[in-house]
Design a protein around this ligand. Structure first.
Ligand SMILES: *Cc1c(COP(=O)(O)O)cnc(C)c1O
Length: 357
């Protein structure tokens, strides 16, 4: 197989050894001579997977058993609704920081379920920065924020000190850097950006937040029901959970979050330095808010795009076209991306400059 440098924004790159282990489990899981895809989720072999997958999240976030970990279906987008459904009381209030399309979608769902305030927004500049110096209302039931804005390439570098529980969408930068889980009431992430394949969403929630809202709840929408069922109230997405576990094992084996934070910073520095140095390109996000996961950049002369596209395709680079809301290019440098792939992109940018500057 030809080596492709995969900069896809999501579903994103996974470690090659994880892919190999996952494919083996499809044929013969744990030497059972059965596929992982055809055994009961209540078998002891899968229960061990679920236990380890839940415990590893707590371990990597440095939290204790006061936090429950769930692997649910429905994507991060279902959480946009489940959060206010479970956490927003009928006479209460929800507070949100608006930093992009995903946050906007979360706000839309909350507004349908109760009083929702947006404490700050960066919509005025097409979400190219993270708002600072806003006030979080002390009477809110929770404060929702998005740690990394996948589409615009901005990232919260310093989380605020919130007077109310913080709920954070970490879909595109979970375990990319050291984060103390104890600062949050709830953290959630669709697996398919930085942690595993599409099909499951990790939810880590503190027990104090469960059962807060007074509404009558549908079982599948109720965190308490899923917690009581130990994330197996219904058949969980077994394969995405297993591959997520393999990816978390890979992360731990290589040195954990501390290791990957350094690697991710190196990769991001390499590419941002080239964007800033190269006369043909410029970055779109404010420098102090630049994401280490999604690196957005444009050509000064957009008419040169077909020429640049030809060069990077020839170099076996894949997935760097930007989101339609920003245009240009977006290189997603998730945990599993080796620095060699970033070097390959930088070399193409340099060759392009030599030819067209
Ligand atoms: C991709 C993404 C989502 C949406 O995830 P789904 O699993 O497709 O619902 C939500 N938030 C962020 C930050 C994302 O990057």
């Amino acid at each position: 197989m030809k080596k492709v440098h995969n900069f896809s924004a999501g579903p994103g790159i996974l470690p090659a050894e994880v892919m190999k282990q996952a494919s083996e489990a499809c044929i013969n899981f744990n030497d059972l001579n059965l596929s992982l895809l055809e055994i009961s989720h209540r078998s002891k072999d899968f229960e061990a997977v679920m236990d380890e997958a839940r415990n590893t999240i707590r371990e990597l976030f440095g939290v204790n058993e006061d936090y429950s970990v769930l692997y649910l279906g429905g994507g991060a987008s279902l959480q946009f609704g489940m959060i206010p459904y479970n956490l927003l009381r009928s006479n209460g209030k929800a507070a949100y920081l608006n930093t992009g399309v995903w946050a906007t979608k979360a706000i839309k769902e909350a507004k349908m379920l109760g009083d929702t305030v947006v404490v700050a927004s960066s919509e005025d500049k097409n979400f190219n920065y993270i708002p600072k110096n806003y006030t979080i209302p002390a009477d809110a039931d929770y404060f929702h924020l998005t740690s990394n804005n996948t589409i615009y390439g901005t990232q919260i570098k310093q989380f605020p000190n919130s007077p109310v529980p913080m709920v954070c969408d970490m879909s595109s930068d979970i375990f990319s850097r050291k984060v103390d889980g104890n600062k949050f009431g709830m953290i959630y992430a669709g697996a398919q950006k930085n942690m595993g394949p599409a099909g499951t969403t990790m939810v880590m929630i503190h027990k104090d937040l469960v059962g807060k809202s007074d509404r009558k709840k549908l079982s599948m929408m109720d965190y308490a029901v899923h917690i009581k069922g130990e994330s197996m109230y219904n058949t969980p997405p077994v394969f995405p959970i297993y591959v997520t576990l393999l990816t978390l094992r890979w992360l731990k084996k290589n040195g954990g979050v501390q290791w990957i934070e350094k690697v991710n910073q190196e990769k991001a520095d390499l590419l941002y330095n080239e964007i800033d140095r190269n006369s043909l390109f410029y970055g779109t996000a404010e420098k102090e808010d630049r994401s280490t996961m999604n690196i957005c950049f444009l050509l000064h002369k957009t008419e040169l795009e077909p020429e640049f596209d030809k060069l990077w395709k020839e170099a076996n680079i894949s997935g760097i076209r930007g989101h339609r809301d920003v245009g240009g290019y977006r290189a997603s440098t998730y945990n599993a991306m080796p620095i060699e792939s970033v070097k390959a992109l930088v070399e193409v940018m340099q060759a392009f400059e030599k030819k067209f500057a």
